[in-house]
Ligand binder design. Structure first.
Ligand SMILES: Nc1ncnc2c1ncn2[C@@H]1O[C@H](COP(=O)(O)OP(=O)(O)OP(=O)(O)O)[C@@H](O)[C@H]1O
Ligand SMILES: [Mg+2]
Length: 291
């Protein structure tokens, strides 16, 4: 991988080919640089075109290939009931939601309304009690725990309010962590982590420990960790909740860049109306359903 992988992508058009190219060549952590990768990418694009022609066909094994304009997240009549105390608690109650490929959506709602619960279902951290959750071509409600873990590793990047960096590891080592679960060789792991840190603007902080970083910088390391696997979807649960206005704006600008230039589909929970303004759509969760 070379520095050219992290340069700002040139302007893309709305047509699918340009978006496919952006993902193949300019995503923060391309899957490989081997000779012949271009031909493989072309073949993959042809496969994606075939898949979109018969839209219900499950994707082939491996990471989801984007098809612009296609629904990427489809939650249909989803309920989620927790059984902790004496009474069952129904948090989501017949919720239906479709999010298209390439969207940047904000999700708002009162505390306890089920925003994190919904994110967890979309991200494959939990399964609905009833209804269907189809994400990136997979029906999550039917998948085993192991299948869900694989789905998450290939498709989802997580960004939380708490940065959850390991204090004994440097920035670049923290970003490398998700790749330890994959077969990516160690040299390549380090290169991809460095690339992701460059994308978030922290090339000069790779060897810093979390305690040597500001809160905004720690969140940028966490975002680099979320994109190092080149996921299709970023789920962000109050990503600016602990930050001052300036740092929050920097993080929101970075998310906008990941959406526009790197074609990440983003779903962001927030309590901050000015953060929600950065998204293209804002939805409100209330009494288990979306307004
Ligand atoms: N694993 C669980 N077991 C039992 N109850 C749960 C579980 N997860 C969430 N809940 C309950 O579901 C409700 C919704 O929780 P959730 O975390 O989704 O709310 P939220 O909208 O994200 O709130 P906040 O804005 O405060 O983060 C809460 O009443 C919570 O206690
Ligand atoms: Mg929450």
């Amino acid at each position: 991988m070379s520095d050219s992988d992290v340069k700002e992508p040139e302007a893309t058009t709305e047509d699918g080919d340009a978006k496919g190219d952006a993902r193949d060549n300019e995503s923060p952590a391309p899957k490989g640089d081997a000779p012949g990768e271009g031909a493989k990418a072309d073949a993959a694009k042809a496969d994606a075109a075939k898949d979109s022609a018969k839209s219900d066909a499950p994707p082939k094994s491996g990471p989801y290939r984007p098809t612009p304009g296609k629904p990427l997240i489809e939650m249909s009549n989803v309920t989620k009931t927790f059984h902790k105390g004496k009474e069952p608690l129904t948090v989501l109650d017949g919720l239906t939601l479709t999010i298209a490929e390439g969207a940047f959506e904000a999700l708002m709602g009162p505390s306890g309304s089920g925003k994190s619960t919904l994110l967890n279902l979309i991200a494959g951290l939990d399964r609905p009690t009833s209804g269907t959750a189809r994400v990136a071509g997979h029906n999550l409600e039917k998948m085993s725990d192991g299948e869900l873990a694989k789905f998450r590793a290939q498709n989802i990047g997580f960004i939380f309010q708490a940065y959850n960096l390991l204090p004994v590891l440097t920035a670049v080592e923290n970003v490398e962590l998700p790749l330890l679960l994959t077969k990516v060789p160690s040299g390549e792991r380090r290169k991809r982590a460095e690339t992701a840190l460059r994308v978030v603007g922290l090339s000069d902080r790779m060897g810093h420990y979390p305690r040597q970083l500001s809160g905004g910088q720690e969140q940028r390391v966490a975002i680099a960790r979320a994109i190092v696997n080149d996921p299709t979807i970023l789920v962000c649960d109050e990503p600016t909740g602990d930050l001052d206005r300036k740092s929050a704006d920097d993080i929101l600008a970075l998310l906008t860049k990941l959406n526009q230039d790197f074609k990440k589909t983003i779903l962001m929970v927030t309590h901050d109306p000015s953060a929600a303004e950065r998204a293209t759509t804002t939805r409100h969760l209330n009494k288990g359903r979306l307004d």
